[in-house]
Each structure stands twice: as C-alpha cells, then as structure tokens.
Design a protein around this ligand. Structure first.
Ligand code: UDX
Ligand code: ADP
Length: 469
C-alpha cells in the first residue's frame, strides 16, 4: 500500500515535530497537521518560521524546508481526515482531573472525540495510528468506536509510540534508537498496515531499528520505557539526599555507578525533580492499570517513584525556607529557569511550579527569568494548582527579561532549569547585587561549590554536602 497523504490530529509537542520530520524525509507524501486550536495553527503558519509555537533546537529549519511543499498546517480537521490514507492521533491525554481514576488514569476524552470524528467523516479505508501516550488496550477502544459508528469503512489501528524527548526532539526523530510499531500482525490487512508505516520510517531509519510487535506490547513498552527512565532519576535523587548527609558527592557517585556498562551513564543526573508531560502521567497510568488488575505490589512499587519525586521538590523548597532563617515572608527569591528542562518552552509538571507554590505559601516574593517562558504561562501554571487566587499569584510572582534583574536585592537565587546560558552568567555581578548573606540554591547541579565560595556566596548544591550557615 502506497501512502500519499498523511493527516496528524494534534499540532502539539509530539505531532508538530514528528510530522515536520516525516515531511522533510518523505517529500512525495503530503503531510497535513490539524488542530482545533486555530491560534496554534496560525502560529505554525507564521511567515517568520522562528515564531512557530514550539521551541525545539533545529525545528524551525526543518519546518522552513518542508512547509508549503508537502507539510501543511490547517484547522480544517474534517477535510484532512477524509483525504488521508494514514491518520496519526497526537492529541493530549492529561491525567484525569475528575471522577473515576481522578489524579491517576489518563483522560481519554480527546482521543475518543478524534475517533468519533474520524468515523463520521471517513469515506475511504484508513490506517489510524496512536501516537499519544495511552493506557494499554486503548487501541481496542478506538477499534470499537470506529467499527461501530463508521460508514462501513475499514480501519487498521496501529500503535506507534513516540520516544522523542523535548529539547532534543529533532535529533531523536532524525536518528532514533528504535521505532516501535504495534499492529494486528496475525492478519493480512494488519500486516499490510504495519508494512505501510514501516515504509514511511524506512525513508531514513535503518530497517533493523524498526521493531514490529503486537499492539499491546507496543502500548505497554512506551509506559515501561518512561517508568524506567523516571525511576533512574528518582533513584539518583534518593541518593542525593544521602550524599548531602554523608559527605559524598552525587556527581561522583553517578559517574562511578554509570561506568558500570550494565547500568550506563544516562539519566543519572540528580535534580530538583523530574517534570514534563510524560513521566508522572505515565507512571500514574501504570499504577492505575496495575491496581485495576488487583496487582497492588506492582502499583506500590511504581508509585514510590512519584513519591520520591514529590519529596525532592518539597525538600528543595523547604531547605530554602530553613536556610533563610526559617522565614521567606516578604523576601525576594530569584528563580533562574521555569521550563521542566533546558532547551524547551514546555512547563508542564515543571519542578519550578511546585517549588514556587511552596514558597508562595510562605509569603515569598518570586521573580523569574527563563529564556523561553513568558509571564502568562507562569501565571497559568500557578493558577492551575488552585492554591490561591489569581490576583494573589500575580501580585507575588513576576517574570523579567534579564537574568540580572532576578538577583537585584534578592535574598536568594535558585536555579530551577539547567539552561546553558546560566553557566555563563557573571556570578560576581549577581553576588554584588544581592542582599547579604547571598544564598544560592542550585537545583540542577550545574555549579561548583568552591568557585561560588570564593565569590562569597553561601551555596547549596543538590547532592553535595554543604554548610550554609
Ligand atoms: C520523556 C522521555 O525521555 C521520552 O522518551 C518520552 O517520549 C517522553 O518523556 P521528556 O519528558 O521530553 O521525555 O524529557 P526527559 O529528557 O526524559 O526529562 C524528563 C525530566 O527528567 C526532566 O524534568 C529532566 O530535567 C529530568 N531529568 C532527566 C533529570 O532530572 N535527570 C536526568 O538525569 C534526566
Ligand atoms: P503533546 O505533548 O501530546 O503533543 P499538546 O498539548 O502539546 O500535547 O498537543 C496536543 C494538541 O492536540 C493540542 O494543540 C490540542 O488543541 C489538540 N487537540 C486536542 N483534541 C483535538 C481534536 N479533537 N481535534 C484536533 N486537535 C485536537
């Protein structure tokens, strides 16, 4: 089966970059990315390619090359669905905020709406691909909706989980460790659909890196991969607290442990806690699924990864309060960074949000500098927590465009995101502008204790033994 038209529903962090790379690598396939959010589509179509709504290194160049040639962004969802032989579903699947499974299960209402829309408008056979992270057996629900409400059209459902990490999305898409495709490989039609998707990726991914499995294995592999990665971060973060007590240095421990080839060196960087749209959501999902099968020990095992992560965020914030003589009321605390990691403007589940919320409860005044995050996003993130009124959030937290404004007359500066530019800042200037004693809290382990001491800072670096007072 030769694919000529691809439609992707959802122009977000997954759909946008993935489709841009597919379009660039497959010039003979028309790729249309659709979204109900017209503002987002308009931004993807902005004449100045630097204004596309998602910041990812290298992405604007890829979009610039393919946009208008065989890559299109549109709000006409129905038309794109009907024209395509292959439809990717890349809509958001947040954790449910209501009812059964609240706070744990994935909310599949956007997926279901997509399925119903596909069923309503399709007049020819379709390969429908789950790209969003989904609980195991979602494909079955999709199939059910499509086959029972469709116009007699044939559907093949594939699972093709995304393993790209934000900040390195383009790199990850261009040179993936593996591409995973799950399908109904026991039937001829199913095999054909899998083959069609394999052929899309084979334009640039070596065949031996394209794995095909049954749908359920593919769905569960995605959750498992994210759970394992998050578990490594929680494991090193657990050790960071022990390092602080014992005089060990978490960077040295991570290096020594990571050189064991059975363990490996990646994802052993201790931090103020992992964030992002996937780790927490996927683990909560795993916990929910395990519980629903009565597998309580399995559920408890994975839940501990989240408990550790919450503890890490809380103890970082509590340490700031304790160090600042047990009160931050009315004190200016500068934040360097708000995004959940460097090289992205995404703030979902960012540790900075929770640290800020804790400090605002203690009546602190926070000033944030993040090279890619705007004040309205910071306000929206805090409002979403519903801890205090929107008015109070706006009174107590401000964003600035210059990193040195963060330190001006601040009692403390905290590093929440590991942006490279923070390593280049003039520390002496920061020190001079702060109130004394000048406290520096490094939640990303990017500073060296000795050089800060020489300037005069009282420094806390996560995972290092330090005597602040
Ligand atoms: C993750 C997975 O890596 C990716 O494969 C999947 O498709 C989506 O979820 P992402 O959330 O974009 O990607 O970023 P990732 O690099 O995994 O980082 C997640 C969080 O963990 C960030 O907050 C990061 O700062 C933190 N982290 C990561 C650490 O604290 N230490 C580390 O060593 C690595
Ligand atoms: P992700 O990180 O999974 O890509 P995002 O929130 O960045 O998540 O993007 C998901 C996109 O899907 C949003 O832009 C949202 O407007 C879009 N979306 C959600 N439901 C639908 C739908 N039924 N039809 C079209 N687009 C949708």
């Amino acid at each position: 089966m030769k694919i000529k038209n691809i439609c992707c529903i959802g122009a977000g962090y997954v759909g946008g970059p993935t489709m841009a790379v597919i379009a660039q690598k497959c010039p003979e396939i028309n790729v249309t990315v659709v979204d109900i959010n017209e503002k987002r589509i308009a931004a993807w179509n902005d004449k100045d390619v630097e204004n596309i709504p998602i910041y990812e290194p290298g992405l604007s160049k890829v979009v610039d090359e393919a946009r208008g040639r065989n890559l299109f962004f549109s709000a006409d969802v129905d038309k794109a669905i009907d024209q395509a032989e292959m439809i990717f579903i890349s809509v958001n699947t947040p954790t449910k905020a209501y009812g059964m499974g609240k706070g744990m299960a994935a909310d599949l209402k956007f997926i279901e709406l997509c399925a119903r829309q596909i069923a309503r408008v399709s007049t020819s056979d379709k390969i429908v691909i789950e790209k969003s992270t989904l609980p195991v057996r979602t494909a079955e629900a999709l199939k059910n909706i499509l086959e029972n409400t469709g116009n007699g059209v044939n559907y093949q459902i594939l699972s093709n989980p995304e393993f790209l990490a934000e900040g390195t999305a383009v790199e990850d898409l261009m040179d993936p460790d593996r591409v995973l495709i799950g399908g109904d490989i026991d039937t001829e039609k199913g095999k054909e659909a899998v083959e069609a998707l394999v052929n899309v990726y084979a334009h640039w991914v070596p065949k031996e890196r394209i794995l095909t499995t049954n749908v359920w294995s593919s769905e569960l592999s995605k959750l498992t991969a994210n759970a394992f990665l998050a578990q490594r971060v929680s494991s090193i973060n657990a050790m960071s607290e022990l390092c602080e007590k014992t005089g060990a240095d978490v960077n040295e421990v991570a290096k020594a442990v990571g050189m064991d080839s059975r363990i490996g060196s990646k994802f052993l960087k201790s931090s103020v806690g992992f964030g992002g749209s996937c780790f927490q959501k996927d683990i909560l999902n795993l916990v929910y699924i395990a519980k629903s099968f009565g597998l309580n020990e399995v559920a408890d095992y994975w839940e501990q990864v989240i408990i550790m992560n919450d503890h890490q965020k809380r103890r970082f914030a509590a340490n700031i309060v304790r160090t600042l003589f047990n009160t931050v009321a009315g004190k200016k605390i500068g934040f360097l960074g708000w995004a959940f990691k460097k090289d992205t403007n995404d703030t979902r589940e960012s540790a900075a949000i929770y640290v800020a919320d804790y400090l605002l409860n203690e009546q602190a005044e926070i000033v944030v500098y993040d090279p890619k995050v705007k004040e309205e996003q910071i306000n929206a993130d805090l409002d979403y927590l519903n801890t205090r009124s929107e008015k109070e959030n706006r009174q107590r937290i401000k964003a600035v465009n210059d990193p040195y404004q963060v330190s001006k007359e601040a009692h403390a500066v905290a590093i929440l995101t590991e942006w490279d530019e923070f390593k280049e800042l003039d520390r002496k200037r920061i020190y001079d502008e702060m109130l004394k004693p000048a406290f520096l809290f490094d939640g990303r382990n990017i500073l060296h204790q000795s050089s800060q001491k020489a300037i005069g800072f009282k420094t806390y670096i996560i995972g290092e033994n330090c005597d602040l007072l």
